[in-house]
Design a protein around this ligand. Structure first.
Ligand code: 1CP
Length: 340
C-alpha cells in the first residue's frame, strides 16, 4: 500500500510530506483547460461528458506535483438533477430557474441524470497515480438553496436571506430535499471511487446566530451523519466560507473530519482554537497567488511554519482565472522546498 499524504492527514496518520491541492485547480487559468473549453458546446456539456471531464480533472496533476485531483463538476448539478433548469451563460455565471415555496414538493432528484459524473470518476481513478487522492464534492444544502431561491449570485442572495426570516419552514423543507439529494449524489460518487469528499458552503457567511445553526450547521450535520453511517472510512472536509465565529461550532457540531479555512480566518487563532479539534486546510489568499513573488512566498512560509506538517496546504478560495500558471508552479516549488 502506498501512503497518500492527503488521506494520511485526514485519518490522523503522519504524512510523508505536506498534502497540497488547490480549490479550482482545474480551470480557466490553464491554457489546456481553455483549449478544451473552447471546443466544447458549453460548460455543462463539459461537466457531463466523461472524456472531457476526465481530461480536465487530470490536467493540473500533469503540470504540478499536487497530492489530489478534484472531480471536475459543479455544485449546481444537484439542482439540475432535481429538475431545475440551469444555464451557464458566457461571462455571466450560472442562471437557474427560481424555486417557489409551493413547488418544493415537485422537486425530485434523479441520480441517472448525473451518470456521466460517476463514469468520469471511474475513468479518473483508472489513470490516477498511486499516491494521489481523488476528491469528490457537493455544495452544502444552504449554498445550493441560495442558488435555487435567487437563481443567480448577482443580488447577494437577498431572497434566500428573506426566506430564512419570513418563511423558515419553507427553507427547512427545501434544505431537507437538497440534503437528501446530496446524500444520494455523494454516495454514488463514493461508490464510483472518490476517496474524500468536500462540502462547499460558499455562502455560509450570509447567516449568523440561530439561522446559522438551523440552515448551515444542522443540515450539514445530517448529511455528514448519514454518509458516516454508510461510509465510515470516507473523510469529509467542510468549508463554511466566511463563517467567522461560526467556524468553531461548525467544527465541533457537524462531524466533519477537517475544516477548510477562508483567507479571513486568523491563523494564530485557528491554531489555538480549531487545530486541536480537527485537521485544517487553507487559507492562502488567492490574490497572493495571482500576485506571486515574495509576498506569496512569505505568506506560504508563514502558514507552513505556524500550522506544521499536518496542515493541508490550499487556498482560502478558488484559483482566480487571471492567475499566471508560473505562479502555481512557484507555489508548488516553495512548498516542496520548505520540506527538504
Ligand atoms: O470555464 C468556465 O468558465 C466555468 C467556470 C467554472 C468552473 C471551472 C464553473 C462555473 N464551475 C467550475 C468547476 C467547479 N465548481 C469545481 C471543479 C473542481 C475544481 O475546483 O477544480 C468546483 C469544486 C466547483 C464548485 C462551485 N461551483 C462552487 C463552490 C466553490 C466556490 O467557488 O465558492 C460554487 C459557488 C459554484 C457555482 C459556480 N459555478 C461556476 C461559477 C463561475 C460559479 C460561481 C458563480 C457565482 O459567483 O455564483
Amino acid at each position: 500500500m502506498f501512503s497518500k499524504p492527503l488521506l494520511d492527514v485526514l485519518t490522523g496518520r503522519k504524512p510523508d510530506r505536506r498534502p497540497l491541492w488547490l480549490m479550482r485547480q482545474a480551470g480557466r487559468y490553464l491554457p489546456e483547460y481553455r483549449e478544451i473549453r473552447s471546443k466544447s458546446k458549453n460548460f455543462l456539456n463539459m461537466c457531463l461528458t466523461p472524456d472531457l471531464a476526465t481530461e480536465v480533472t487530470l490536467q493540473p496533476l500533469r503540470r504540478f506535483d499536487l497530492d489530489a485531483a478534484i472531480l471536475f463538476a459543479d455544485i449546481l448539478l444537484v439542482p439540475l438533477a432535481m429538475g431545475v433548469a440551469l444555464d451557464f451563460r458566457e461571462g455571466e455565471g450560472p442562471v437557474l430557474e427560481r424555486i417557489e415555496s409551493k413547488k418544493i414538493d415537485r422537486l425530485s432528484y434523479d441520480s441517472q441524470k448525473l451518470a456521466p459524473v460517476f463514469e468520469t470518476i471511474r475513468r479518473v481513478k483508472q489513470d490516477l497515480p498511486e499516491k494521489k487522492t481523488l476528491i469528490g464534492f457537493c455544495g452544502a444544502p444552504w449554498t445550493v438553496a441560495c442558488y435555487m431561491i435567487d437563481g443567480t449570485s448577482k443580488k447577494n442572495f437577498i431572497e434566500a436571506k428573506r426566506w430564512s426570516l419570513d418563511q423558515p419552514e419553507s427553507l427547512d423543507l427545501l434544505i431537507d430535499r437538497i440534503t437528501q439529494a446530496s446524500e444520494t449524489y455523494l454516495a454514488a460518487q463514493i461508490d464510483a471511487g472518490v476517496e474524500v469528499v468536500q462540502i462547499f458552503d460558499s455562502w455560509a457567511g450570509l447567516l449568523q446566530g440561530d439561522a446559522f445553526m438551523r440552515f448551515v450547521i444542522e443540515p450539514t450535520r445530517q448529511l455528514v451523519m448519514r454518509l458516516k453511517k454508510r461510509f465510515p472510512h470516507i473523510p469529509i472536509i467542510g468549508f463554511p466560507r466566511e463563517a467567522g465565529d461560526g467556524y468553531s461550532p461548525y467544527i465541533r457540531e457537524t462531524g466533519v473530519d477537517a475544516l477548510g479555512l477562508d483567507p479571513f480566518v486568523d491563523l494564530q487563532k485557528a491554531k489555538i482554537e480549531l487545530q486541536p479539534i480537527k485537521p485544517l486546510q487553507g487559507n492562502l489568499d488567492p490574490a497572493l497567488l495571482l500576485r506571486g513573488g515574495e509576498e506569496m512566498k512569505g505568506a506560504l512560509e508563514n502558514i507552513m511554519t505556524l500550522m506544521g506538517p499536518n496542515h493541508i496546504l490550499n487556498l482560502g478560495h478558488g484559483v482566480l482565472p487571471q492567475t499566471p500558471v508560473e505562479h502555481v508552479s512557484e507555489l508548488v516549488r516553495i512548498v516542496r522546498e520548505f520540506e527538504s
